[in-house]
Design a protein around this ligand. Structure first.
Ligand SMILES: [Zn+2]
Length: 312
C-alpha cells in the first residue's frame, strides 16, 4: 500500500469505526431501555357508609343536602387508595361505584389514571367489572353486616329488606358475599377500609393478613369518632401500597360448593314473590333458601330475590 492510498484509506477506516460505534451504542440503548412492567390490574369496589366522615343515612342519600360533601369524601378516600396502588406497581385500576344509585363519585374527581364504573343496575352490582384478569381486589368504604354493634349504618345489601344472609351457614356481611365472587374469579381481596367493626369482621372472614384501614370508630349506629383526616389519607395510601407489596401472601376467598343460601327477610310479605322462582324454597315465613353449584349463578339469584323483596 503506497502512501497515497494510506492517506485515502485512513479517514475511511475512521469513518467506518465511528459508524460502527454509533450503531453499537444505539443497539445498547435499545436493550437498556426499561421493559414495560407486567400488567397488574386492581379492582376497587367503593361503598359509602364506611367512608370517613359518614355517620348518617342522610349523608348517603342523593336527595339530602349533606350528600354533596360526603360524595367528595368518597372520592378522596378512593383517590388515596388509588395513589398507593399506582405507587405499589399497579398498571391499571378499575373503580366500581357501589353505593345506592352507584353514581356517587363525580367522574372528574376520581384520580384520572383510574377507570370508573358508574351507574346502575349492573349485572354484578358492587362487583361489576371483576374478572380473572385482576391480580387483586380492594373494598373501600365498606360497612358491617346487619345486626352489628357498635357499627356505623350496619346493614346487608338492603336495610329495608334483609335481616340476615347466610351462605353455607356463615352469616355474611357484604364484604364476604363480594369476596366470594372475587374468589370465583380467583382474585384475592387484599385490603378493606371502613369503621373498626367492619375491619374486624373482614379479618375474621378473610384472614389476618388482610390489610385493613379503619377510618373511624363507631360510638353507635349513627355516631362515630372520625380519625384525623390527614392521618387517614396517609394510612389509606400506605395501606394500598403495602397490600400490593405483599400480594403473594394472599389467596382468594373460596367457599365450598354446593352454595347454600339462606335469606332472612324482615317480614313474610317480602318472601312472597321470591317463591315464584324455580328452585327457591320457603322453609319459614320470612326465609328463602336455594342451593347452587355455581357461585356466580347464586350471587345473581340472591340479588334477584332481594330486588323482589323490595317490590313485594
Ligand atoms: Zn352502601
Amino acid at each position: 500500500m503506497n502512501n497515497r492510498m494510506k492517506r485515502l484509506l485512513l479517514p475511511l477506516l475512521f469513518m467506518v469505526s465511528v459508524l460502527l460505534a454509533v450503531n453499537q451504542l444505539s443497539a445498547q440503548g435499545k436493550t437498556a431501555a426499561p421493559a414495560s412492567p407486567p400488567p397488574l390490574k386492581v379492582f376497587v369496589s367503593v361503598d359509602m357508609e364506611g367512608i370517613w366522615g359518614v355517620v348518617h343515612g342522610n349523608q348517603c342519600s342523593a336527595n339530602s343536602p349533606e350528600y354533596q360533601i360526603a360524595r367528595k369524601w368518597m372520592a378522596q378516600d378512593t383517590n388515596s387508595v388509588v395513589q398507593g396502588l399506582f405507587e405499589g406497581g399497579a398498571t391499571e385500576v378499575v373503580v366500581n361505584d357501589s353505593h345506592g344509585s352507584m353514581r356517587n363519585i363525580i367522574a372528574s374527581e376520581l384520580d384520572p389514571r383510574a377507570v370508573l364504573i358508574s351507574g346502575s343496575p349492573k349485572p354484578l352490582s358492587m362487583m361489576e367489572g371483576i374478572d380473572s384478569s385482576f391480580a387483586a381486589c380492594i373494598f373501600v368504604g365498606y360497612h358491617a353486616r346487619a345486626g352489628s354493634a357498635p357499627a356505623v349504618l350496619d346493614h346487608t345489601i338492603s336495610g329495608a329488606a334483609i335481616y340476615s344472609i347466610r351462605i353455607n351457614g356463615i352469616e355474611m356481611p357484604e364484604l364476604g358475599i363480594n369476596a366470594a365472587l372475587a374468589g370465583y374469579f380467583k382474585v384475592p381481596v387484599v385490603m378493606l377500609t371502613g369503621d373498626t367493626e367492619t375491619c374486624r369482621q373482614a379479618q375474621e372472614l378473610l384472614g389476618k393478613e388482610l390489610v385493613t384501614v379503619a377510618v373511624k370508630e363507631a360510638i353507635n349506629r349513627l355516631a362515630a369518632r372520625n380519625y384525623a383526616r390527614e392521618k387517614v389519607l396517609v394510612d389509606l395510601r400506605e395501606g394500598a401500597r403495602k397490600a400490593l407489596a405483599s400480594l403473594k401472601n394472599f389467596r382468594s376467598y373460596q367457599l365450598q360448593p354446593p352454595y347454600q343460601f339462606e335469606i332472612n327477610l324482615h317480614n313474610s310479605q317480602q318472601a312472597e314473590l321470591g317463591i315464584l322462582i324455580p328452585g327457591v324454597r320457603r322453609p319459614a315465613p320470612r326465609t328463602l333458601t336455594f342451593t347452587s353449584q355455581d357461585y356466580l349463578e347464586a350471587f345473581k339469584l340472591a340479588r334477584a330475590l332481594i330486588a323482589l323483596a323490595g317490590v313485594s
